[in-house]
Design a protein around this ligand. Structure first.
Ligand SMILES: Cc1cc2nc3c(=O)[nH]c(=O)nc-3n(C[C@H](O)[C@H](O)[C@H](O)COP(=O)(O)O)c2cc1C
Length: 358
Protein backbone atom coordinates (compact mmCIF):
# COMPACT_ATOMS: atom_id res chain seq x y z
CA UNK A 1 0.00 0.00 0.00
CA UNK A 2 1.37 3.40 -0.95
CA UNK A 3 0.95 6.23 1.50
CA UNK A 4 -0.64 9.30 -0.02
CA UNK A 5 0.95 12.68 0.74
CA UNK A 6 -0.72 14.87 3.34
CA UNK A 7 -1.92 17.98 1.53
CA UNK A 8 -2.03 21.24 3.48
CA UNK A 9 -3.19 24.41 1.72
CA UNK A 10 -3.04 27.39 4.07
CA UNK A 11 -4.96 26.31 7.18
CA UNK A 12 -6.87 23.62 5.32
CA UNK A 13 -6.00 19.97 5.13
CA UNK A 14 -8.34 17.58 3.27
CA UNK A 15 -8.45 13.86 4.17
CA UNK A 16 -7.15 13.03 0.69
CA UNK A 17 -4.84 15.07 -1.60
CA UNK A 18 -7.45 15.28 -4.34
CA UNK A 19 -9.05 18.45 -5.69
CA UNK A 20 -12.02 18.39 -8.03
CA UNK A 21 -11.24 21.17 -10.48
CA UNK A 22 -13.69 24.03 -11.07
CA UNK A 23 -15.67 23.47 -14.27
CA UNK A 24 -17.81 26.19 -15.77
CA UNK A 25 -20.48 26.95 -16.70
CA UNK A 26 -22.13 25.03 -13.84
CA UNK A 27 -20.55 21.69 -14.66
CA UNK A 28 -19.22 21.90 -11.10
CA UNK A 29 -21.76 23.75 -9.00
CA UNK A 30 -22.55 23.35 -5.32
CA UNK A 31 -23.83 19.77 -5.65
CA UNK A 32 -20.64 18.29 -7.10
CA UNK A 33 -18.37 20.43 -4.89
CA UNK A 34 -20.30 19.50 -1.73
CA UNK A 35 -20.16 15.77 -2.58
CA UNK A 36 -16.42 15.81 -3.29
CA UNK A 37 -15.75 17.70 -0.04
CA UNK A 38 -17.90 15.23 1.90
CA UNK A 39 -15.89 12.35 0.37
CA UNK A 40 -12.64 13.82 1.72
CA UNK A 41 -11.33 15.81 -1.24
CA UNK A 42 -11.55 19.54 -1.99
CA UNK A 43 -14.75 20.36 -3.90
CA UNK A 44 -14.58 23.35 -6.24
CA UNK A 45 -17.46 25.49 -7.50
CA UNK A 46 -16.76 27.26 -10.80
CA UNK A 47 -17.88 30.86 -10.30
CA UNK A 48 -18.33 31.66 -13.99
CA UNK A 49 -21.90 32.23 -15.15
CA UNK A 50 -23.63 30.98 -12.01
CA UNK A 51 -26.32 33.60 -12.61
CA UNK A 52 -27.58 31.66 -15.64
CA UNK A 53 -30.23 29.67 -13.80
CA UNK A 54 -30.59 31.72 -10.62
CA UNK A 55 -34.28 32.45 -9.92
CA UNK A 56 -33.63 36.23 -9.74
CA UNK A 57 -31.70 36.48 -13.04
CA UNK A 58 -33.43 38.67 -15.62
CA UNK A 59 -30.67 39.34 -18.15
CA UNK A 60 -29.87 42.98 -17.32
CA UNK A 61 -28.78 42.10 -13.76
CA UNK A 62 -26.19 39.43 -14.71
CA UNK A 63 -23.27 40.76 -12.64
CA UNK A 64 -25.32 41.45 -9.49
CA UNK A 65 -26.91 38.02 -9.61
CA UNK A 66 -23.58 36.33 -10.32
CA UNK A 67 -22.18 37.87 -7.17
CA UNK A 68 -25.17 36.68 -5.16
CA UNK A 69 -25.08 33.23 -6.81
CA UNK A 70 -21.42 32.69 -5.87
CA UNK A 71 -22.25 33.29 -2.20
CA UNK A 72 -25.36 31.08 -2.41
CA UNK A 73 -23.35 28.27 -4.01
CA UNK A 74 -20.66 28.41 -1.31
CA UNK A 75 -23.31 28.18 1.42
CA UNK A 76 -25.16 25.31 -0.29
CA UNK A 77 -21.96 23.35 -0.90
CA UNK A 78 -20.83 23.98 2.68
CA UNK A 79 -24.10 22.56 4.02
CA UNK A 80 -23.54 19.35 2.02
CA UNK A 81 -19.80 19.05 2.74
CA UNK A 82 -19.90 17.30 6.16
CA UNK A 83 -17.11 19.59 7.37
CA UNK A 84 -15.05 19.11 4.19
CA UNK A 85 -13.19 21.79 2.25
CA UNK A 86 -14.88 24.03 -0.33
CA UNK A 87 -13.07 26.03 -2.99
CA UNK A 88 -14.25 28.47 -5.65
CA UNK A 89 -12.55 28.71 -9.03
CA UNK A 90 -12.51 32.28 -10.35
CA UNK A 91 -11.17 33.07 -13.81
CA UNK A 92 -9.03 36.20 -14.15
CA UNK A 93 -10.40 36.77 -17.67
CA UNK A 94 -13.88 37.60 -16.36
CA UNK A 95 -15.09 41.20 -16.22
CA UNK A 96 -16.54 40.64 -12.74
CA UNK A 97 -13.53 38.66 -11.45
CA UNK A 98 -12.95 40.92 -8.43
CA UNK A 99 -16.63 40.81 -7.42
CA UNK A 100 -16.74 37.02 -7.67
CA UNK A 101 -13.55 36.64 -5.61
CA UNK A 102 -14.81 39.01 -2.90
CA UNK A 103 -18.20 37.35 -2.80
CA UNK A 104 -16.64 33.87 -2.37
CA UNK A 105 -14.35 35.15 0.40
CA UNK A 106 -17.20 36.92 2.20
CA UNK A 107 -19.31 33.77 2.00
CA UNK A 108 -16.58 31.92 3.89
CA UNK A 109 -14.98 29.78 1.19
CA UNK A 110 -11.80 27.94 2.26
CA UNK A 111 -9.77 28.29 -0.93
CA UNK A 112 -9.81 30.35 -4.12
CA UNK A 113 -8.21 28.75 -7.18
CA UNK A 114 -7.58 31.17 -10.00
CA UNK A 115 -6.35 30.88 -13.57
CA UNK A 116 -7.24 31.82 -17.17
CA UNK A 117 -4.76 34.68 -16.81
CA UNK A 118 -2.28 35.49 -14.06
CA UNK A 119 -4.08 36.34 -10.79
CA UNK A 120 -1.79 39.25 -9.92
CA UNK A 121 -4.32 41.13 -7.75
CA UNK A 122 -5.90 38.15 -5.99
CA UNK A 123 -4.37 38.94 -2.54
CA UNK A 124 -5.70 42.51 -2.76
CA UNK A 125 -9.28 41.30 -3.24
CA UNK A 126 -9.06 38.87 -0.29
CA UNK A 127 -6.96 40.95 2.11
CA UNK A 128 -9.72 41.10 4.75
CA UNK A 129 -10.00 37.29 4.77
CA UNK A 130 -6.62 35.87 5.82
CA UNK A 131 -8.05 32.36 6.31
CA UNK A 132 -8.98 32.12 2.64
CA UNK A 133 -6.16 30.19 0.98
CA UNK A 134 -5.07 31.24 -2.52
CA UNK A 135 -3.90 28.95 -5.32
CA UNK A 136 -2.96 30.27 -8.77
CA UNK A 137 -3.13 27.95 -11.80
CA UNK A 138 -0.09 28.04 -14.08
CA UNK A 139 1.33 25.99 -16.91
CA UNK A 140 4.99 27.00 -16.52
CA UNK A 141 7.56 27.85 -13.87
CA UNK A 142 7.95 31.26 -15.53
CA UNK A 143 4.30 32.12 -14.75
CA UNK A 144 4.67 30.89 -11.15
CA UNK A 145 7.80 33.00 -10.74
CA UNK A 146 6.03 36.14 -12.03
CA UNK A 147 3.16 35.65 -9.56
CA UNK A 148 5.47 34.94 -6.61
CA UNK A 149 7.58 38.03 -7.27
CA UNK A 150 4.57 40.30 -7.71
CA UNK A 151 2.70 38.98 -4.65
CA UNK A 152 5.89 39.25 -2.58
CA UNK A 153 6.56 42.81 -3.63
CA UNK A 154 3.02 44.18 -3.42
CA UNK A 155 1.38 42.08 -0.72
CA UNK A 156 4.17 40.28 1.17
CA UNK A 157 2.31 37.05 0.55
CA UNK A 158 3.06 33.70 -1.04
CA UNK A 159 0.54 31.44 -2.76
CA UNK A 160 -0.77 28.67 -0.46
CA UNK A 161 -0.53 26.14 -3.31
CA UNK A 162 0.21 26.25 -7.03
CA UNK A 163 -1.77 24.22 -9.53
CA UNK A 164 0.21 23.15 -12.60
CA UNK A 165 -2.28 22.41 -15.35
CA UNK A 166 -0.87 20.86 -18.49
CA UNK A 167 -2.46 21.96 -21.78
CA UNK A 168 -1.57 18.53 -23.22
CA UNK A 169 -4.60 16.80 -21.67
CA UNK A 170 -6.66 19.21 -19.53
CA UNK A 171 -10.22 20.29 -20.23
CA UNK A 172 -11.67 23.73 -20.83
CA UNK A 173 -9.48 26.73 -21.60
CA UNK A 174 -5.84 25.74 -21.76
CA UNK A 175 -2.85 27.52 -20.28
CA UNK A 176 -1.34 28.17 -23.67
CA UNK A 177 -1.15 31.35 -25.67
CA UNK A 178 -0.46 29.55 -28.96
CA UNK A 179 -1.92 26.41 -30.54
CA UNK A 180 1.49 24.73 -30.80
CA UNK A 181 1.92 24.84 -26.99
CA UNK A 182 -0.99 22.42 -26.65
CA UNK A 183 1.21 19.55 -27.85
CA UNK A 184 4.55 20.86 -26.59
CA UNK A 185 6.18 18.44 -24.14
CA UNK A 186 7.82 21.44 -22.45
CA UNK A 187 4.37 21.95 -20.84
CA UNK A 188 3.97 18.33 -19.69
CA UNK A 189 3.51 17.53 -15.99
CA UNK A 190 6.67 15.42 -16.26
CA UNK A 191 8.65 18.55 -17.11
CA UNK A 192 6.92 21.32 -15.17
CA UNK A 193 6.04 19.66 -11.83
CA UNK A 194 9.61 18.62 -10.84
CA UNK A 195 11.00 21.91 -12.15
CA UNK A 196 8.49 23.94 -10.13
CA UNK A 197 9.00 21.83 -6.97
CA UNK A 198 12.76 22.40 -7.23
CA UNK A 199 12.35 26.13 -7.89
CA UNK A 200 10.08 26.49 -4.84
CA UNK A 201 12.52 24.61 -2.63
CA UNK A 202 15.81 26.05 -3.88
CA UNK A 203 14.90 29.60 -4.92
CA UNK A 204 11.80 30.58 -2.93
CA UNK A 205 12.79 28.30 -0.03
CA UNK A 206 9.28 27.25 0.87
CA UNK A 207 7.28 24.05 0.86
CA UNK A 208 4.28 25.43 -1.05
CA UNK A 209 2.42 22.35 -2.33
CA UNK A 210 2.36 21.76 -6.07
CA UNK A 211 -0.89 20.31 -7.44
CA UNK A 212 -0.78 18.42 -10.75
CA UNK A 213 -3.73 18.79 -13.16
CA UNK A 214 -4.57 17.51 -16.62
CA UNK A 215 -4.92 13.90 -17.71
CA UNK A 216 -5.28 12.35 -14.25
CA UNK A 217 -7.90 9.63 -14.24
CA UNK A 218 -6.98 6.74 -11.97
CA UNK A 219 -4.83 5.79 -9.02
CA UNK A 220 -1.76 5.05 -11.13
CA UNK A 221 -1.97 8.51 -12.78
CA UNK A 222 -2.24 10.03 -9.32
CA UNK A 223 0.72 8.11 -7.91
CA UNK A 224 2.78 9.08 -10.96
CA UNK A 225 2.03 12.76 -10.23
CA UNK A 226 3.13 12.31 -6.61
CA UNK A 227 6.31 10.66 -7.89
CA UNK A 228 7.04 13.83 -9.88
CA UNK A 229 6.92 15.92 -6.70
CA UNK A 230 3.24 16.93 -6.58
CA UNK A 231 1.53 16.97 -3.17
CA UNK A 232 -1.94 16.81 -4.67
CA UNK A 233 -3.84 16.28 -7.90
CA UNK A 234 -6.67 18.23 -9.50
CA UNK A 235 -9.14 16.27 -11.64
CA UNK A 236 -11.93 17.65 -13.82
CA UNK A 237 -13.27 15.41 -16.57
CA UNK A 238 -13.81 12.30 -14.44
CA UNK A 239 -15.86 14.21 -11.85
CA UNK A 240 -18.02 15.92 -14.51
CA UNK A 241 -19.64 12.60 -15.44
CA UNK A 242 -20.93 11.64 -12.00
CA UNK A 243 -24.41 11.33 -10.53
CA UNK A 244 -23.57 14.38 -8.43
CA UNK A 245 -22.24 16.43 -11.38
CA UNK A 246 -24.39 19.54 -11.84
CA UNK A 247 -24.82 19.32 -15.63
CA UNK A 248 -27.82 17.86 -17.45
CA UNK A 249 -27.69 14.09 -18.04
CA UNK A 250 -27.36 14.74 -21.80
CA UNK A 251 -24.04 16.48 -21.08
CA UNK A 252 -22.82 13.40 -19.21
CA UNK A 253 -24.12 11.08 -21.95
CA UNK A 254 -22.06 13.05 -24.48
CA UNK A 255 -18.97 12.23 -22.39
CA UNK A 256 -19.93 8.55 -22.22
CA UNK A 257 -20.44 8.41 -25.99
CA UNK A 258 -17.25 10.28 -26.96
CA UNK A 259 -14.59 8.57 -29.10
CA UNK A 260 -10.98 9.75 -29.66
CA UNK A 261 -12.06 11.44 -32.93
CA UNK A 262 -14.54 13.56 -30.99
CA UNK A 263 -11.93 15.40 -28.89
CA UNK A 264 -10.42 18.50 -30.45
CA UNK A 265 -8.84 21.82 -29.60
CA UNK A 266 -10.30 25.05 -30.97
CA UNK A 267 -9.36 28.70 -30.60
CA UNK A 268 -11.91 30.14 -28.19
CA UNK A 269 -13.42 33.64 -28.40
CA UNK A 270 -11.20 34.48 -25.41
CA UNK A 271 -8.20 34.10 -27.73
CA UNK A 272 -6.73 30.99 -26.12
CA UNK A 273 -7.12 27.33 -27.10
CA UNK A 274 -9.79 25.19 -25.46
CA UNK A 275 -10.38 21.43 -25.54
CA UNK A 276 -13.92 20.52 -26.59
CA UNK A 277 -16.13 17.73 -27.91
CA UNK A 278 -16.88 17.68 -31.63
CA UNK A 279 -20.60 18.39 -32.11
CA UNK A 280 -22.75 20.22 -34.66
CA UNK A 281 -21.96 23.59 -33.04
CA UNK A 282 -18.19 23.07 -33.16
CA UNK A 283 -18.37 21.69 -36.74
CA UNK A 284 -20.15 24.88 -37.82
CA UNK A 285 -17.60 27.05 -36.00
CA UNK A 286 -14.68 25.27 -37.68
CA UNK A 287 -16.26 25.67 -41.13
CA UNK A 288 -16.93 29.38 -40.51
CA UNK A 289 -20.74 29.10 -40.36
CA UNK A 290 -21.48 29.33 -36.68
CA UNK A 291 -24.62 31.19 -35.62
CA UNK A 292 -24.15 32.84 -32.26
CA UNK A 293 -26.75 33.73 -29.72
CA UNK A 294 -26.48 37.41 -28.70
CA UNK A 295 -23.78 38.50 -26.25
CA UNK A 296 -25.00 37.56 -22.80
CA UNK A 297 -23.37 40.20 -20.63
CA UNK A 298 -19.95 41.40 -21.85
CA UNK A 299 -18.59 38.93 -19.30
CA UNK A 300 -15.01 38.70 -20.61
CA UNK A 301 -12.28 41.33 -20.65
CA UNK A 302 -11.09 40.02 -24.07
CA UNK A 303 -13.75 38.53 -26.34
CA UNK A 304 -13.56 38.41 -30.12
CA UNK A 305 -17.34 38.09 -30.36
CA UNK A 306 -17.88 41.27 -28.36
CA UNK A 307 -15.19 43.07 -30.37
CA UNK A 308 -16.25 42.37 -33.94
CA UNK A 309 -18.93 39.64 -33.87
CA UNK A 310 -16.49 37.06 -35.20
CA UNK A 311 -16.63 33.69 -33.35
CA UNK A 312 -19.55 33.33 -30.91
CA UNK A 313 -20.81 34.17 -27.43
CA UNK A 314 -19.05 31.54 -25.37
CA UNK A 315 -21.16 32.19 -22.26
CA UNK A 316 -24.35 31.31 -24.14
CA UNK A 317 -22.74 28.24 -25.72
CA UNK A 318 -21.49 26.96 -22.35
CA UNK A 319 -24.90 27.49 -20.72
CA UNK A 320 -26.46 25.55 -23.62
CA UNK A 321 -24.02 22.69 -22.97
CA UNK A 322 -24.76 22.66 -19.24
CA UNK A 323 -28.45 22.36 -20.14
CA UNK A 324 -27.63 19.43 -22.43
CA UNK A 325 -28.32 21.11 -25.79
CA UNK A 326 -26.11 19.08 -28.13
CA UNK A 327 -26.82 21.16 -31.26
CA UNK A 328 -25.99 24.58 -29.80
CA UNK A 329 -23.72 23.96 -26.83
CA UNK A 330 -19.94 24.10 -26.39
CA UNK A 331 -18.94 20.97 -24.47
CA UNK A 332 -15.57 21.49 -22.78
CA UNK A 333 -13.71 18.29 -21.94
CA UNK A 334 -10.32 16.86 -21.09
CA UNK A 335 -8.76 14.30 -23.43
CA UNK A 336 -9.49 11.56 -20.86
CA UNK A 337 -13.17 11.73 -21.82
CA UNK A 338 -12.46 8.64 -23.94
CA UNK A 339 -12.03 6.70 -20.66
CA UNK A 340 -15.49 7.72 -19.54
CA UNK A 341 -17.79 4.73 -20.09
CA UNK A 342 -20.43 5.16 -17.40
CA UNK A 343 -21.98 7.52 -14.92
CA UNK A 344 -20.05 7.16 -11.65
CA UNK A 345 -20.67 8.09 -8.05
CA UNK A 346 -18.24 10.51 -6.39
CA UNK A 347 -17.80 8.16 -3.42
CA UNK A 348 -16.88 5.26 -5.76
CA UNK A 349 -14.24 7.37 -7.50
CA UNK A 350 -12.71 8.14 -4.11
CA UNK A 351 -12.75 4.48 -3.09
CA UNK A 352 -10.88 3.58 -6.25
CA UNK A 353 -8.40 6.45 -6.01
CA UNK A 354 -7.45 6.15 -2.37
CA UNK A 355 -7.61 2.36 -2.35
CA UNK A 356 -7.53 2.16 1.42
CA UNK A 357 -4.17 3.98 1.55
CA UNK A 358 -4.03 7.27 3.42
C1 LIG B 1 -16.04 21.00 -18.60
C2 LIG B 1 -14.83 21.68 -18.04
C3 LIG B 1 -14.91 23.00 -17.65
C4 LIG B 1 -13.80 23.63 -17.07
N1 LIG B 1 -13.93 24.92 -16.62
C5 LIG B 1 -12.90 25.51 -15.95
C6 LIG B 1 -13.07 26.78 -15.36
O1 LIG B 1 -14.17 27.36 -15.35
N2 LIG B 1 -11.99 27.34 -14.76
C7 LIG B 1 -10.78 26.71 -14.70
O2 LIG B 1 -9.80 27.26 -14.15
N3 LIG B 1 -10.61 25.47 -15.22
C8 LIG B 1 -11.63 24.85 -15.82
N4 LIG B 1 -11.49 23.56 -16.28
C9 LIG B 1 -10.25 22.81 -15.98
C10 LIG B 1 -10.44 21.88 -14.75
O3 LIG B 1 -10.65 22.62 -13.57
C11 LIG B 1 -9.25 20.93 -14.50
O4 LIG B 1 -8.11 21.61 -14.09
C12 LIG B 1 -8.88 20.11 -15.72
O5 LIG B 1 -10.02 19.67 -16.37
C13 LIG B 1 -8.01 18.94 -15.30
O6 LIG B 1 -7.83 18.04 -16.34
P1 LIG B 1 -8.71 16.69 -16.50
O7 LIG B 1 -10.02 17.12 -17.02
O8 LIG B 1 -7.92 15.90 -17.48
O9 LIG B 1 -8.81 16.03 -15.15
C14 LIG B 1 -12.58 22.92 -16.90
C15 LIG B 1 -12.50 21.59 -17.33
C16 LIG B 1 -13.61 20.95 -17.88
C17 LIG B 1 -13.51 19.51 -18.29
Amino acid sequence: MTNLPRLKIGNHSPRYPIIQGGMGVKISGSRLAGSVAASGGIGTIASVGLACDHPLYEGWNYFDINEMAVADAVKTARAAASGGIIAVNCMVALTDYDRQVRSAAEAGVDLIVSGAGLPMKLPEYTKDFPDVALAPIVSSVKAADLIIRKWGKLYDRLPDAIVVETPLYAGGHLGATRMEHVTDEAFSLERVVPELAKYLQDVVKTDIPVIAAGGIWDRSDMLRAFGLGASGVQMGTRFACTEEGDADMRYKQAYIDATPDDVLVIMSPVGIPGRVLRNPFVEKYISGNVESKPCMAACLSHCSYLKDRSTFCIAQALVDAYQGNWETGLFFTGSNVVKCTKLEKVSDIFKELVGGGE
